[in-house]
Design a protein. Structure first.
Length: 702
């Protein structure tokens, strides 16, 4: 019976048949000797299995068991082939042991940092997530944001709509504050004048000598003003200066006028301010400086310095007498200005970097790059194309009459064509013409007069294009030397110089060749508010080399006018074709871009040429050369502003004056409600397009 049970157990161990060697061994029946051998073999096998199990357990302490098998297996409940598979699997993965060890150390470190739940959740997945870093960062920043909101009531209660209302209220109050300040100054001046008159007419005797002197001066001023023939102004100021200052505390005079009319060595004014100080000679400024207690000098060293030109009548000057001047090295006319003297002195310096005049950024981009190292803060306009701001007109048949009249009559005729065209299309826009030389200035003036005589139908434009008009922003035709301080909506710049009758281009450009010629050019190319039309009979490539700094600058400007801002040393980034090439100020800005483009909105990023740029600009699908909406995201450029006035009023107001409609997206609102903010932005784009539609229709008709 025992034997049968043993055989039955043996058969259960081998349901598919016992090994032949085992069958033969059982059939032999050698008795005790064979049983002892079997027992010894079993003991040896058990010893080997225990060693294998120990090794497997050690391996599973190094390599997570979850990556090897779903559950732990032991000798008692695992068949030998399963154990063999485990061993083979471990041998195959032996090359990954170093990575497993490092991974285990990282997991242990992460658990110590409190990320055990994240690790356990990730390990439960069949495949370890490849974006685990992004999953972690999102969770990390979400928790960080929650902690920050919990500690800051202001952040916790922030809402974009509430912030927008607060900003709008601030703008209104700040504007009213400025208006009140102006009225306050007027009221103080009137009160001061009233008090002065009251003091002067007082019948009470005063013990103060200065009070008696003021009463006498005021009485004498009244007597002098009542005379039919008043004495010289210099004499009046000498006698009654204190009373004049009391009644009129702000005087506007040239430095030479101060020397002529204010005949006193004592300070008369509390403050003396020089404007356009780069053109004021130091010796001319001394008298005005002595008349004040404090001094402010305002100017641009990159514009025209003092010159003997201003001491002569413009009609007597011919700035082309030195046609044979080879370069700026021979020019000795310029002298130091009070601005340069002050820069070398130990005084407080302040840089005014915001540029307001140009309504299209291309009007100032060249000078910003060439002269100011890109430090000017300029603002892009909603007109997208470079040509909308700077237009290059090439006169292929222009001939420069070298050595004779020094004029380019064909180019002058083209300038007149453009002037009449601008006056007819934009009668409300102010207009000016700048020629590089006095001879070309006269040629343009003669060509315009001839055109009016030959075409009586243009008589309606004659008054509009009258240089003698006293109207503000009246039309003018000036040369390079006399245009500083002027500005007009549209400027037509005539180069004049070009190929002579023999097709040769001379490297002489009159005043531009002289010392400081590049500064003359800087003045000329920054006179336009809306549009600059550059009329030239040459390209920048027509002259290969020159020693003149001014001529090299002129050639670079011609290249810029023809080809746009991409040729600048400090140039804006060209509009790329792919999202990967786009520039974004923050991931938040990129998320807004991707969401809007998915809705079919055509966007440009970082629109602008200077340090300040509009984050996203939506193009009009019907007129893609114009932006309909500027989208500003709550990012670094917004936070970098030093004052709320700069950030929330001045910058916004200036952009709106240029024609922009601005829509702001707050990062907290986008993070919490992206779909809602996306819909608000799409609605803002649609509304901006509706507002622009009548304006665009009127332009198309005209």
């Amino acid at each position: 019976c025992d034997m049968l049970d043993w055989v039955d157990g043996l058969m259960q161990l081998y349901p598919n048949g016992a090994p032949p060697s085992l069958v033969r061994w059982v059939a032999r029946g050698d008795g005790a000797q064979q049983r002892e051998a079997v027992h010894s073999a079993i003991v040896h096998a058990e010893s080997l299995l225990r060693e294998i199990e120990d090794e497997l357990q050690y391996a599973e302490t190094v390599i997570p068991r979850a990556r090897l098998s779903p559950s732990r297996t032991t000798q008692a409940d695992t068949a030998l082939d399963v154990m063999r598979q485990r061993v083979e699997s471990l041998r195959e993965q032996l090359r990954l042991l170093d990575r497993w060890v490092k991974c285990g150390e990282s997991i242990t470190h992460c658990r110590a940092l409190g990320m055990g739940a994240l690790i356990d959740t990730s390990l439960k997945r069949e495949a370890f997530p490849r974006d685990i870093v992004h999953i972690f960062e999102r969770r990390f920043y979400s928790l960080w944001l929650d902690a920050a909101l919990a500690e800051s009531p202001a952040l916790r209660q922030f809402a974009g709509e509430t912030q927008d209302r607060a900003i709008q209220q601030f703008r209104q109050l700040d504007t009213e504050h400025m208006q009140l300040a102006q009225r306050r100054v007027v009221r103080l001046l009137r009160q001061r004048r009233y008090e002065a008159q009251k003091r002067a007419n007082s019948t009470e005797e005063s013990d103060a000598a200065d009070e008696r002197a003021f009463q006498q001066a005021y009485s004498q001023l009244m007597r002098e003003s009542a005379k039919k023939r008043s004495p010289a102004i210099r004499e009046i100021v000498r006698k009654v200066g204190p009373a004049l200052v009391e009644l009129m505390p702000c005087w506007m005079m040239s430095p030479l006028t101060v020397s002529q009319f204010v005949a006193t060595a004592n300070p008369v004014f509390d403050l003396v301010i020089f404007d356009e100080a780069s053109q004021v000679l130091t010796e001319d400024a001394i008298c005005a400086i002595m008349r004040g207690k404090q001094l402010i000098v305002v100017g641009d060293e990159k514009q025209l310095p003092p010159t003997g030109f201003f001491a002569k009548s413009l009609s007597d000057m011919d700035d082309d007498d030195d046609d044979d001047l080879p370069s700026d090295s021979a020019e000795q006319e310029r002298t130091e200005s009070i601005l340069m003297e002050m820069r070398s002195a130990n005084v407080t310096l302040r840089s005014l970097k915001w540029h307001y005049r140009s309504q299209h950024e291309s009007l100032i981009a060249f000078s910003n790059s060439e002269f100011y190292d890109g430090q000017l803060i300029t603002f892009p306009g909603p007109a997208k194309e470079h040509r909308d701001g700077v237009q290059f007109e090439y006169v292929a048949d222009g001939v420069y009459d070298y050595g004779v009249s020094r004029t380019n009559r064909r180019e002058a005729e083209r300038v007149v064509d453009l002037v009449i065209e601008c006056a007819q299309r934009s009668p409300d826009a102010s207009l000016g013409v700048v020629a590089l030389s006095g001879a070309q200035q006269r040629a343009i003036r003669d060509a315009l007069e001839t055109r009016f005589k030959q075409h009586p139908e243009l008589s309606a434009l004659h008054e509009l294009l009258n240089e003698d008009s006293t109207a503000e922003n009246a039309f003018f035709i000036k040369n390079l030397e006399s245009v500083q301080g002027d500005e007009r909506d549209i400027i037509v710049l005539s180069i004049g110089y070009g190929r002579d009758r023999n097709g040769r281009v001379h490297a002489n450009f009159g005043p531009v060749n002289k010392k400081g010629g590049e500064r003359r050019l800087n003045v000329a190319v920054t006179r336009a508010r809306q549009r600059m039309v550059v009329v030239s009979s040459i390209h920048n490539s027509d002259i290969n080399s020159t020693q003149s700094v001014g001529v090299r600058t002129l050639l670079r400007y011609l290249n810029y006018a023809e080809h746009g801002p991409d040729v600048l040393t400090i140039s804006p980034t060209a509009v790329p074709d792919t999202v990967s090439a786009m520039q974004f100020d923050s991931p938040f800005e990129q998320a807004v871009y991707e969401a809007l483009t998915a809705k079919g909105v055509q966007l440009d990023t970082q629109v602008g040429c200077s340090g300040y740029r509009i984050d996203l600009a939506a193009r009009d699908p019907e007129l893609p050369d114009r932006y309909v909406l500027g989208i500003e995201c709550d990012g670094a450029s917004y936070h970098s502003s030093k004052t709320a006035r700069d950030r929330d009023r001045l910058r916004q107001a200036h952009l709106e004056s240029l024609g922009w409609t601005i829509h702001r997206i707050w990062s907290s609102d986008w993070f919490a409600h992206p779909e809602r903010e996306l819909q608000k932005t799409l609605e803002a784009i649609a509304l901006a397009r509706q507002k622009l539609a009548p304006v665009q229709s009127s332009k198309q008709v005209s």
